[in-house]
Ligand binder design. Structure first.
Ligand code: GUN
Length: 312
């Protein structure tokens, strides 16, 4: 039997409907909307799409959202000075610097920029203070994509406590916070990565398998225990035909989309997994919409905490 497809868009709509009145209430109380500053450096096409979605969603849901763009040639010092300005701005409660940064900025640029964001404005949950709080299970704001996955599981009626969870990928943005959020909900968690031996064997023990590595179709049927829940966080923009033809059969909707557009967003999970998993998030339309709505939620939370702290 084919897996149940978990509709991320419907769950994101549900969360948005809950958050919107709280955003309006904040605006009435504070005399201004919660404010978000997004910084985009360079012209990576995928990042431009994500940032556009974030700005659109913020604007449509009552937030003030400002985009700061810097060219790919910008220096790290220029980027940090934009972040500093947003740190000092009274109108901005949240700051998001879109990852990845251009390679030319240097290998530790991302870490230095995330460190430079004021901890109370860290709506991504990437600042060391936010990460430390998450490790100790007292988060104020946790990373959006993994938090969205938890919402998706809970609202789909998929139990986490006492389940075996395997997370493929150990990034600071998804893999590590994902593992911690699952652990704090009493899953037994294993993190796999590029140096894991017998990855498929380990993955096959999972009741909940999360993949976040950005390798199209990497998770094949042999990685999946029959009936398991599979969460696909991968979103790779594929432009080469060979990859599309390896994954999708001739005449399929996905191949037709590729033929029309010349590119396709592809997850980590191979299409054949639909015949083994019990539940599965599609790409697109699975985790992606939750990432966007969790940013609204995190920005509202940051705004509320700032307002409370000011009243003290
Ligand atoms: N790039 C991919 N996902 C994210 C995210 O959640 N936050 C930021 N800032 N950049 C990203």
């Amino acid at each position: 039997m084919a897996a149940r497809l978990l509709n991320g868009q419907a769950i994101a709509d549900q969360i948005r409907a809950e958050v919107r009145p709280a955003i309006d209430a904040f605006t009435a109380r504070a005399g201004r909307p919660p404010g978000l500053g997004i910084v985009l450096v360079g012209d990576d096409p995928a990042s431009a799409i994500y940032v556009r979605l974030k700005l659109k969603s913020a604007g449509e849901n009552g937030l003030r959202a400002d985009l700061e763009r810097l060219p790919a040639s910008a220096s790290l010092a220029e980027l940090v000075s934009v972040v500093d300005r947003l740190n000092r701005s009274d109108a901005h409660d949240g700051i998001l610097v879109q990852s990845p940064l251009p390679d030319a900025m240097g290998p530790d640029a991302e870490r230095r920029v995330f460190d430079a964001i004021a901890a109370e404005k860290d709506v991504d949950g990437f600042h060391p203070t936010s990460v430390g709080r998450l490790v100790q299970n007292r988060p104020t704001i946790a990373a959006g994509t993994p938090s969205g996955v938890i919402e998706l599981l809970e609202r789909s009626g998929i139990g986490i406590a006492s389940q075996r969870a395997v997370v493929i990928g150990r990034s600071d943005i998804v893999g590590k916070p994902m593992a911690l959020l699952l652990l704090h909900r009493n899953a037994t968690v294993t993190i796999c990565h590029s140096r894991t031996t017998d990855l498929a064997v380990v993955a096959r023990q999972a009741d909940i398998l999360v993949s976040a590595i950005g390798r199209p179709g990497f998770v094949t049927a042999d990685f999946v225990k029959p009936g398991a829940t599979v969460i696909d966080v991968g979103t790779t923009h594929v432009t080469d035909r060979a990859t599309v033809e390896r994954l999708y059969i001739a005449g399929s909707v996905r191949r037709e989309t590729f033929n029309r557009r010349g590119s396709l967003v592809v997850g980590d999970v191979h299409p054949e997994v639909v015949d083994v998993a019990g539940a599965l998030t599609p790409v697109p339309g699975g985790v992606g919409p939750l990432t966007v709505v969790m940013l609204l939620k995190n920005t509202l939370r940051a705004a509320e905490l700032r307002l409370e702290n000011r009243g003290r």
